[in-house]
Ligand binder design. Structure first.
Ligand code: 5GP
Length: 193
């Protein structure tokens, strides 16, 4: 469920860009609460097979960091960076691996930690690419899913929040590399959203 707070607009950090940053979609306190819940669920589900958390940079770095510390298992972590072509705020589904994983996935229980699923094209590409590496299992934990935007069916084992289809920033999510450090998740009102 998405949370919106009235009067949450304006600049959380001040400065000349204040008009770009809109209302809070999910406040930091709710993000923290849900991450604790997801961590407890994952701890239970994976209690006899500690997962390899595969985090997708850059957007998922804050979520992966918090989630990993909410899981009470000896998890391992690896990172890959992917890049959509261009700077557009809409995914084309054409994805390039910019940094690949360090670890071999053969026989591993892989849990992909994603920031946000919009069309689902990025995740679909990623899943195909990772499944080809013969993991013992592959599940996805997505912090955010945009309601009604998916063009292909997605099998998401864990979801943090369903949010409206606005372009959002904060908690790791950027627009042209900015706003990743906002503690709340907020609507982006600026150009290109
Ligand atoms: P999809 O391929 O599902 O359409 O898009 C997924 C990727 O697009 C995400 O991993 C993220 O990088 C980017 N993205 C989609 N929606 C948003 C959004 O609202 N805010 C930000 N910052 N990135 C988004």
């Amino acid at each position: 469920m998405a949370h919106r707070e009235a009067g949450g607009g304006g600049s959380p950090f001040g400065g000349s860009d204040s008009t770009e940053i809109g209302p809070i979609v999910v406040p930091a306190s709710e993000l923290a609460r849900r991450v604790r819940e997801l961590g407890a669920e994952i701890t239970e589900d994976y209690r006899d097979r500690a997962p390899l958390l595969v985090s997708v940079l850059k957007g998922a770095f804050v979520f992966a960091s918090d989630l990993s510390r909410a899981i009470r298992l000896p998890v391992e972590m690896d990172f890959m960076a992917i890049s959509s072509y261009g700077m557009a705020t809409k995914s084309s589904g054409v994805v390039r691996i910019v940094k690949d994983l360090d670890q071999d996935l053969t026989g591993r229980h892989v849990l992909v930690v994603e920031d946000i699923v919009d069309s689902g094209l990025t995740l679909s590409y990623l899943r195909r690419s990772l499944l080809a590496r013969n993991p013992a299992s592959l599940e996805v934990c997505a912090l955010l899913v945009k309601d009604g935007q998916q063009r292909i069916p997605l099998d998401l084992r864990y979801v943090g929040f369903h949010v409206p289809a606005d372009f959002v920033v904060g908690y790791g999510l950027d627009v042209q590399e900015r706003y990743r450090n906002l503690p709340d998740l907020r609507v982006f009102l600026g150009e290109g959203s």
